[in-house]
Every structure is written in structure tokens, then in C-alpha cells.
Ligand binder design. Structure first.
Ligand code: ME8
Length: 527
């Protein structure tokens, strides 16, 4: 079985996770379910990045030790991922011994090899980003990444010799044009950082102590990004007694990150791996941001909406549907209450829910809930629908395979619309009136067959809806698999439920928008 190792960023426990964090994780879990359905042995890693000055400050603000704080936050994170049914295989925390021990060793080894050397650092430091900038990198004297104040700081530091590996990385980029997705992000990294020449990177701090200590120089703490990035290999047991997962799954097939951290993943991480003599990840995908009306949704700004109230009121599937559909490949997407209610009512209620309900209603009314098998004769309209449907499957797979999840959803909804249109075109109620029983049966067969396919296509991100659809149609197990999408004539003795259940109950637009606006007023929360 081919393997597929997939990761999310490990998030900072600096505030309660909002729907941006939830988006990355839901995206990864969706890709995992898709890959599994396609026969891959998938391993998905997520976790928490628990060290650094920012986390230390937040803990102090709560009157807790950093360890107490991160322990609570890790529990909260796991609760959220369980509520969202995230199918991760491991949850790594950078404060765990299995991680810290290996980070110490890696740092030591890189020092021994001469890749890390001691010097002095002076620069402009952005605390929220935990990053130093040179004078010229600042934008209007502020942090070029987040726009906040920076502080002039000087400290004795260890540096990583990036320059030594820069040419190898340039060659790697040239030899692997799909290494960074989307291409625009790759070009940015290439033109703005690699071409002008990489600076050596400061990889230790003395200004705080919440982190992994440098083994041979204990007043230094390992830079949080060197600490954090290595999670992708420490979780697999790199340099530990049992490194069987490392042997099996490394290199990663896909690191999913937000565009804010592509620089760390696309430049520093590959170079650290080169220095460790390990193969580089196959692909890194940087997605866009979920925006609010006043800019990027972020833990530090507090302009957030949390997943829990949305899931509680509208269900997990509707929540995932919205965030995954709204974010086009590599682009930003916007969260608005209006958009959410509209998608719920139009896409889920009208388009999908009604298609299922109408179909089941008609089969019950016209045939007592039963139709036998693939019709002996098919009409032009049937053929058109079948072709459209076959092509939709191809498109959805192509989009999933290239991680264009939003497009895969759009393609699926095109099939939903096309199937709805087929009902209008074939006008089953007329066929019934005119007693064209065979034609009517044929139409019902095609409807069930396409609903079956749609249910399978949405399964990676709307598991419950998918199962409800397949159950109401009584589809046998062997025709619920991804492979069975290729079939179109295998259904026999279809017996649909006589008690159809509404998939998504229509929302009253205006009052519902108000409900979501209230959710957006939840104050910034820590836990
Ligand atoms: O950067 N829209 O942690 P972090 C979409 N610990 N995604 C968003 C988002 C938004 N508005 N806001 C956050 C860190 N994200 C480091 C990572 S990895 C070795 C270390 C998601 O808690 C997105 O994936 O700040 C982004 O890259 C990540 O959360 C940042 O999480």
C-alpha cells in the first residue's frame, strides 16, 4: 500500500483556537480521508508548539506556570479536534521528552558539524512573531509580517549557516517545480529570499528560558522555529530507539501550512533537513487566510469566531462545508454571517437536501419505495446525465489530487445542480400521469445512482451527511466505496426509506444572521 505522511502546523497555545486554525486542521483531515479512500496508508500528524517567549508571557498573564498553561491548552485542543472528528494519528507537543531530547541532540550535532556557530546578534525583534528583522526588512519601522512594534535587541547567539546550503536549495527548487504550492508562493520565496541570498539564521535566544536548552551552553534556548519544525521528524521517532515510523513514513508527502509560515517551511526546514542528511518533504502547500471584515482572523487580534458555537448550531458537516468551500486554493476567503447562512440555505438545504428528499418522495409515491435495476433502455437525457456524472468524478478526483479542495466541492455541487436540472428536464410527474412506467423507473434509477455518487464524493469532508444519504437510499456496503464510483449500473432491488429525514433544515435568513453576529461578539478567549 503506498504511504502518505501528512502534517498540519503545530499551533501556538497562545489563545483559544478559532476557525482559521480549525480550517487548516479540517483541510488536513479531509485530505487524509480522501487519500485513505484511494487506498493510501495515511499518517496524519498535528500538535502544539509550546515553547517560546509568547507562550511564556501568556502563561504569566494567567498566573500559571508555562507548563500548567500548555497542559490545559493541549487538553482544549484535543477536545476541539475530537468535536471536529479530526482523524489525526499523533498529537505531538514540543514539551514532551520524546521531542525535547531529540531537539537537544540535533542542535548538538549541528554544532559539532559546524553548521551552527556562536556570534552576536543585534536586530529588530518582533515578539509576537518571535523573529528578528534587519533595519531594511522593516516596513514603516514595524514588523513586515504582522505590522506591530519591534524592539531593538542585542544578544549573544548561535547562528545557522544558511549560506552553506543556499545553492543546494536553489537547485532543489529548480529540480522540483511543484515543491511549494501554489506556484506564486514558491516564486515569492525564490525571488525575495533565495535569489538575493539567504542570511544566516539566529537559532538561539538568551532573553527568556521557556524552551529547549542548548546542551553545552545552558543559558541559550533553542530558537522556537528550529525546535518547532523538527516536530515533523521527532514525532516519527527520529534518533530514538524506535524509529520504525520514521523509516516507514519519512519524507513527508505533504506539509500543510498557512501562507504566514511558508518562509520557515520552504527555506529553513529544507536546509535543516539537508544538514541532517535527511530527504526533503515532497510538497508543502501554503493556504490563504480566513479573513474577517477587519482583516486576518488572528488569536492576537481577537477578531475571531470560534468553531464550537457554529458546530453546535449548524452541525459539523455544514461547518466543514463552509470553511472548505469558501477558501479557494492558496487564496484568502472571508467569513461573513450572510455568506454562511446563504451557503447553508442554498447549497445544503435547497440543492443537496431537496434533491435527496424529492427523489425519495417520488420513489415512494410512484413505486412504493422500490425500483429493481439499471433500465434496459436509456434516453438521451439519461445518457447526458451519465456522461456529466462520469466527468464530474474525474474532475473531483483531479482537484482532490492537487489539493484544490474547494474546487472539488464546487465540481460536486455542479453534479448536484445537474441532477436537479435532470428532474426538471425529465418531469417525472408528467411521466407518471402519462403512465410511462419504464421511463419513470429509469429516471428514478439515474437519480439514485447520482445521489449515491454524490454521497461518496462528499464523504471526505461530510461524513455524516454522506452516511445519512446512503442509509436513506439503502445502498449496500460494497457500493459505498470510492472504487465503486466507477460503477453506474450495479444497483439492484433498490428500496429507499419510507421515512425520509431532512438533511439540513432551512434557516430563517435575517434572524440567523443575527445569531451568528452574536457569536462573533464572544470576547477573545484564552481557553
Ligand atoms: O505559526 N486563516 O502557530 P500558530 C487560516 N507554531 N488559517 C489560519 C488563520 C486564518 N485566519 N490563522 C491561523 C504557528 N491559521 C507555529 C507553527 S509549525 C512547525 C509551527 C492557521 O498558532 C494557519 O495554518 O500561529 C497558520 O499557518 C497557523 O494557523 C498558524 O498557527
Amino acid at each position: 500500500m503506498p504511504k502518505f505522511y501528512l502534517t498540519t502546523p503545530i499551533y501556538y497555545p497562545s489563545g483559544k483556537f478559532h476557525i482559521g486554525t480549525a480550517y487548516t486542521t479540517a483541510l488536513a483531515s479531509t485530505i487524509k480521508r480522501y487519500k485513505k479512500a484511494r487506498g493510501f496508508d495515511v499518517y496524519m500528524l498535528t500538535g502544539m508548539d509550546e515553547h517560546g517567549q509568547k507562550v511564556q508571557k501568556v502563561a504569566e498573564g494567567r498566573g500559571k506556570t508555562p507548563q500548567e498553561h500548555v497542559d490545559e491548552m493541549a487538553d482544549e485542543a484535543k477536545k476541539l479536534w475530537s468535536l471536529m472528528e479530526i482523524e489525526y494519528d499523533d498529537f505531538i507537543r514540543t514539551t514532551e521528552e520524546r521531542h525535547t531530547k531529540v531537539v537537544e541532540e540535533i542542535f548538538d550535532r549541528l554544532m559539532e558539524q559546524g553548521d551552527i556557530y556562536k556570534s552576536e546578534y543585534e536586530g529588530w525583534y518582533c515578539m509576537p512573531c518571535e523573529t528578528y528583522f534587519t533595519e531594511t526588512q522593516l516596513v514603516d519601522g514595524k514588523c513586515p509580517d504582522c505590522g506591530r512594534e519591534v524592539k531593538k535587541m542585542k544578544e549573544e547567539s548561535y547562528f545557522f549557516n544558511m549560506k552553506k546550503y543556499a545553492d543546494r536549495l536553489i537547485k532543489f527548487y529548480n529540480d522540483n517545480p511543484d515543491f511549494i504550492l501554489p506556484e506564486s508562493r514558491k516564486n515569492e520565496l525564490f525571488n525575495n529570499f533565495l535569489k538575493p541570498g539567504l542570511e544566516d539564521l539566529c537559532v538561539s535566544r538568551t532573553s527568556f528560558d521557556w524552551g529547549v536548552k542548548v546542551k553545552k551552553d545552558q543559558k541559550h534556548v533553542v530558537y522556537v522555529w528550529l525546535d518547532a519544525l523538527t516536530n515533523y521528524i521527532t514525532a516519527l521517532g527520529y534518533l530514538s530507539d524506535d524509529d520504525s515510523l520514521m523509516k516507514k513514513y519519512w519524507p513527508a508527502d505533504l506539509h500543510i501550512v498557512g501562507k504566514d509560515i511558508i518562509r520557515f517551511h520552504g527555506l529553513y526546514w529544507p536546509i535543516f533537513l539537508m544538514a541532517l542528511d535527511l530527504p526533503l518533504p515532497k510538497q508543502i502547500y501554503a493556504h490563504g487566510f480566513i479573513m474577517m471584515k477587519d482583516g486576518k482572523m488572528s488569536k492576537s487580534k481577537g477578531n475571531v469566531i470560534y468553531p464550537e458555537p457554529l458546530i453546535e448550531r449548524y452541525g459539523l458537516d455544514a461547518f466543514k462545508y463552509f470553511i472548505l468551500r469558501e477558501m479557494s486554493f492558496g487564496q484568502d476567503g472571508t467569513f461573513t454571517p450572510e455568506g454562511f447562512v446563504e451557503r447553508f440555505n442554498f447549497d445544503l438545504c435547497n440543492d443537496l437536501g431537496n434533491l435527496l428528499n424529492r427523489t425519495i418522495g417520488m420513489i415512494n409515491k410512484y413505486f412504493g419505495g422500490e425500483i429493481s435495476s439499471y433500465p434496459a433502455e436509456v434516453s438521451e437525457l439519461d445518457k447526458e446525465l451519465e456522461e456529466f456524472s462520469n466527468n464530474s468524478i474525474k474532475q473531483v478526483e483531479e482537484q482532490f489530487d492537487t489539493y484544490h479542495i474547494s474546487n472539488a466541492i464546487t465540481e460536486t455541487w455542479n453534479l448536484v445542480s445537474r441532477t436537479n436540472k435532470y428532474i426538471d428536464e425529465t418531469a417525472p410527474w408528467v411521466l407518471f400521469k402519462e403512465e410511462k412506467t419504464e421511463e419513470l423507473k429509469s429516471v428514478m434509477y439515474h437519480l439514485v445512482e447520482n445521489l449515491r455518487r454524490i454521497a461518496i464524493l462528499i464523504n471526505p469532508y461530510m461524513k455524516h451527511t454522506s452516511e445519512k444519504m446512503l442509509n436513506q437510499l439503502n445502498i449496500p456496503e460494497e457500493l459505498r466505496t470510492w472504487d465503486s464510483l466507477a460503477d453506474y449500473d450495479k444497483l439492484v432491488n433498490i428500496k429507499v426509506t419510507d421515512k425520509p429525514e431532512v438533511l439540513f433544515a432551512r434557516l430563517e435568513t435575517e434572524p440567523e444572521i443575527e445569531v451568528i453576529k452574536e457569536m462573533m461578539k464572544w470576547k477573545k478567549l484564552l481557553l
